[in-house]
Design a protein around this ligand. Sequence first.
Ligand SMILES: Nc1ncnc2c1ncn2[C@@H]1O[C@H](COP(=O)(O)OP(=O)(O)OP(=O)(O)O)[C@@H](O)[C@H]1O
Length: 203
Amino acid sequence: MEVPWGTVTALTGPNGAGKSTLVELLAGVRRPAGGVIERDADVALVVQRPAAPETLSLTVQDVVAMGTWGDRKYGRGARSSRERARNVSRAIARVEMGGLERRPFSALSGGQRQRALLAQGLARSARILILDEPAAGLDHESQTRARRILAEEADRGIAVLCVTHDRADIAAADHVLRLDRGVVLPESTHRAGPGPRAPGSGH
Ligand SMILES: Nc1ncnc2c1ncn2[C@@H]1O[C@H](COP(=O)(O)OP(=O)(O)OP(=O)(O)O)[C@@H](O)[C@H]1O
């Protein structure tokens, strides 16, 4: 399978097909027992984690800022930390969670947590964005916003791969792949346009 630059690719398939396992492999969280995964750029992985222990004393700001951890494009010093803080605030604003920065992550609703995790992925500013069911638990308005954000990322040339069961997400995607019993099949291509939103080879 290939996830081209500048497009949103939806990955769908039945429960237990291995979608989460596959995205963890692609993101480098798991090691493949066989085969080759080529990543031509850094990856941000947005996981699905609706539950959070109450003892977790992390705020929304902390969770989103974790997206910038270990990112080598930030150096040390005041200028770098200002840039980091700017990216974090921008990501929080994009998911419309401004004002909730100091709220404990554990006190958020499931949908708000999901939005904070999306902001964490955006704060990473990676060229490959992989999301595992980002629409799960989101209300209609938040789902629409999340879909718009993914399209905006693709318009910037980012390669977006999104595990989803949501029909509207699938309909809005540029490419749809279906995973069934370990086999990835192209389902369809929805975009009628001239091709990828941004130039560049696939990977
Ligand atoms: N290629 C594979 N070979 C053997 N077992 C696998 C493979 N891929 C996934 N599994 C196992 O299948 C189970 C379900 O996988 P996974 O959670 O990735 O499915 P999913 O498609 O994300 O399901 P859901 O839609 O319910 O979230 C897990 O126990 C996983 O370890």
